[in-house]
Every structure is written in C-alpha cells, then in structure tokens.
Design a protein. Structure first.
Length: 101
C-alpha cells in the first residue's frame, strides 16, 4: 500500500494528529493513559481529541474539496487563520478555477 491507497481523511490530517491517533491506539483507547503519555490533564487531552474529531468530520463533510480548499478549511477550524480570511482565499481560489461559488 502506498500513499495513494490511504483514505482521504488520513492524507489531510497533519503529523501531530496522526501521532495522536497512533498513541491513542497504543494506549488501548484510554484517554487517561493518553493524558499521562502526553503529561497533560485529562480535560486537556479530551479537548485535543474532540478537536481532532471535529477536523475529521470537517474533512468528511467536504470530501469534494481539492487539497487547497481542504487545507484552508482545516486552518480556519483550528484557528490558524480567521474565518473571513479563509472565505476570501477560497473565493479567490474558486474564481481562478472558474467556479466562482
């Protein structure tokens, strides 16, 4: 199996998200163990897992997006860029593709 065979949601997550999933599985799904592994409180790891779930749902909801659109949506969702800027970039991107949505 190479990268082309991986599900879209895997390809669109960043390394820290993938590492969190890996460590979660190795902790047998225990958030308590995961919090200990990361040396953070349970509410902190719960929040991080909830944010990861939100990103995964966003990826699924926008499965038809191209790579740039997906990245912009994830950056807005994670607070890396402001919503208004994300919308402006997406509008410009779509206009260059001739979609103008």
């Amino acid at each position: 199996m190479d990268a082309r065979d991986l599900p879209n949601w895997v390809l669109r997550l960043d390394d820290s998200d993938l590492q969190l999933i890996r460590r979660f599985v190795l902790a047998s799904g225990s958030l308590k163990q995961l919090a200990a592994d990361y040396d953070v409180s349970y509410p902190t790891i719960r929040g991080r897992v909830d944010a990861l779930i939100d990103r995964m749902q966003l990826i699924d909801a926008n499965a038809g997006d191209d790579a740039l659109e997906a990245k912009i949506r994830l950056m807005v969702a994670s607070g890396e860029i402001e919503t208004a800027l994300g919308k402006e970039i997406l509008k410009l991107h779509r206009s260059t593709k001739g979609e103008g949505r």
